[in-house]
Design a protein around this ligand. Structure first.
Ligand code: FAD
Length: 585
């Protein structure tokens, strides 16, 4: 008898349009073969067959609107396919067949003789993921999508980790507000004058929180849809196959993925005082301080200094090394440094904070360095001197997992720790501590848990400083090339010659691309200016794909866009640039 294939759970969508029908009556089809393509306002999605056999009748056509449960086709099942039980009449005590979505992915033999994920193993879950930041939730969701039974343990009630709750997302919401204020002020010289901004801090923080809630709420919904079991509580390993959850039950696992991230480093010996902030406190201020000292001229320090200076606080930045953003190329940092000096009261490099005294009226910081005064009073002090990994907080030793003195967990290119069935991803595994590294590692670890051959072999991990102007780079930097003796050639294009940049008051920007002199391939790139981070997408792809100057310069970039600066930096290298006069080489 013919069986029905129905539209599966497609999330919150009702009546989604079929934009393509990929099979017809009479076709022999296999399980997992795509049958139709659906398109909502958010995504396109192929619906796979749940059966192997021959289609006897198509019940849908292109342009139809379908919802979960609608019949797509009738299929005469191939001889070896077990007949599906009639939905309502299956005897209660009969073993229910697994729904397709929760069947394990086809397994490779598991390494080191462990039971393969999804096999009978007697544990509470195939994969336990500890920590729900970008690494953890990605790993959990990917593992579930690969058919594994997943438990996600998170100590906070909201999923999303540092990035969504107290990192990337809230800081960018506030940086956007800062940019609007700065852009409005900058237009005064060009015929558009606004009054001073009125800042309603509670409303601004509500806006910030709404961006967080949208994303973290979305994660909770997606976990539910994927049948990922979320357990709230602090987890610590009991042994190599068991995690104890504070105030909860022990959970045994076949594989574990450690994704516990990192936390801010505070200066030792400083007083306990609510007016001394870490980045988390700075993203939820009780008030906009009249004066703020930012200790640390790295990415997080500069982004938050930008936020507060643009919202009206008198900000001083103090950085111990001789330059802001140590490690980044000087030519890219220069326009930002200039802008930060205009925006802030003081930017002191090569200067140390030697102490902090808290009195009722102020925090008195003392300094050592040529530029700074001996001491100065502030309303608030933000410490942004780096983040330490959370490897020491999870009793990893009980599971036999090695943790370095600093708290990092070393992993191989499959993200396996020294214990083969326990993986680690994200900030806890080392630098660069960036969300997009964590998510990509999460996918690799999940695939390995499902027995797939996967490795983290990204050639580049782009870095973006979301200040105004932005500073961004990908692949090899000039600083690194010089330090490591890597030969390179450079094509560069100044934004002063880009029409779009001129109209956006972004003419101080620049884009550069580094090429391997032997192969001609792109090996690194950087940009400074509004939206510089967005330009790294194309350049990262160029590096991953082994593109050379011709590939990039012959790719047509829309006019007028900032992306033309990428094409023209490549033209400068290829010798075909006409938008600048370049003396013949
Ligand atoms: P995390 O996001 O740190 O998540 C770890 C999770 O594990 C947390 O939810 C924590 O509660 C949980 N956890 C820890 N221990 C336990 C335990 N024992 N039991 C249960 N749960 C536990 N990166 C970017 O790429 N772009 C940016 O623009 C950016 N901006 C940033 C701005 C700021 C202000 C900060 C602070 C960071 C920023 N980062 C940015 C860095 C980014 O947030 C991290 O790289 C990223 O969050 C790391 O992800 P993760 O999954 O490793 O861990």
């Amino acid at each position: 008898m013919a069986q029905e294939i129905k539209v599966p759970d497609i999330g919150d969508f009702e009546a989604v349009e079929i934009i393509e029908v990929l099979v017809a009556a009479g076709d022999a089809i296999e399980e997992e073969q795509a049958l139709i393509t659906l398109e909502s306002d958010k995504a396109t999605l192929e619906v796979p067959s749940t059966l192997t056999g021959t289609i006897t009748e198509m019940k849908v056509a292109e342009g139809d609107q379908v919802s979960e449960g609608d019949v797509i086709a009738l299929v005469e099942v191939a001889a070896s396919e077990p007949a599906a039980p009639a939905e309502e009449s299956a005897a209660d005590d009969a073993p229910a067949p697994e729904p397709a979505a929760s069947q394990p992915a086809k397994q490779q033999p598991s390494p080191a003789g462990e039971p393969a994920a999804g096999e009978e193993h007697g544990y509470d879950c195939d994969v336990l993921v500890l920590g729900s930041g970008p690494g953890g939730y990605t790993a959990a969701f990917r593992a579930a999508d690969l058919g594994l039974d997943v438990v996600l343990v998170e100590r906070h009630s909201a999923l999303g980790g540092v990035c969504l709750n107290v990192g990337c997302i809230p800081s960018k919401a506030l940086l956007h507000s800062a940019k609007v204020i700065d852009d409005a002020a900058a237009m005064a010289a060009h015929g558009l004058k606004f009054g001073q901004p009125e800042i309603d801090l509670p409303a601004l923080l509500k806006f910030k929180q709404s961006t967080i809630d949208t994303l973290t709420g979305g994660l909770a919904g997606m976990a539910k849809k994927r049948k990922v079991r979320v357990v709230t509580g602090t987890g610590r390993f009991k042994d190599a196959h068991t995690l104890a959850v504070a105030d909860g039950d022990d959970i045994s696992f076949n594989h574990a993925i450690i994704a516990v991230g990192s936390e801010p480093i505070m200066l030792p010996g400083w007083p306990e005082d609510e007016r001394i902030w870490d980045s988390e406190a700075a993203l939820s201020p009780d008030a906009l301080p009249k004066s703020l000292l930012v200790v640390g001229g790295g990415i997080i320090g500069l982004e938050l200094a930008n936020v507060y200076a643009s919202h009206g606080s008198a900000v001083d930045v103090v950085e111990m090394t001789p330059t802001l953003l140590p490690g980044a190329d000087r030519d890219l940092v220069k326009p930002l440094e200039k802008r930060m000096r205009e925006r802030c009261d003081n930017v002191w490099t090569a200067t140390k904070v030697t102490g902090l005294k808290a009195s009722k009226n102020a925090l008195e910081a003392s300094f050592e360095g040529k530029q700074a005064p001996a001491s100065k009073d502030y309303e608030r002090v933000l410490v942004a001197i780096g983040r330490k990994p959370n490897g020491h907080n999870i009793a990893a030793d009980q599971a036999g997992v090695a943790v370095s003195e600093r708290g990092f967990i070393e992993v191989d290119n499959q993200c396996r720790t020294n214990v083969a069935h326990i993986f680690a991803i994200g900030d806890v595994t080392g630098e660069p501590q960036l969300a997009h590294r964590a998510t990509h590692q999460g996918k690799v670890a999940a695939a390995c848990c499902a027995g797939q051959k996967a490795a983290f072999d990204a050639r580049v991990i782009p870095s973006v400083v979301y200040t105004d102007p932005e500073v961004a780079w990908t692949g090899i930097t000039e600083t690194q090339a010089k330090a490591e003796g890597i030969a390179y050639e450079k094509g560069a294009f100044p934004w002063a010659a880009n029409g779009r940049a001129l109209g956006m008051l972004a003419a101080t920007g620049s884009t550069k691309i580094l090429f391997d002199p032997e192969t001609g391939r792109v090996i690194g790139a950087g940009a400074a200016g509004a939206g510089a981070g967005e330009l790294m997408a194309e350049l990262s792809l160029a590096i991953e794909m082994g593109a050379d100057a011709e590939d990039v310069s012959l790719t047509i970039h829309a006019h007028p866009t900032l992306s033309e600066t990428v094409g023209m930096a490549a033209e400068a290298q290829a010798g075909t640039l006409t938008d600048l006069y370049m003396p013949k080489r």
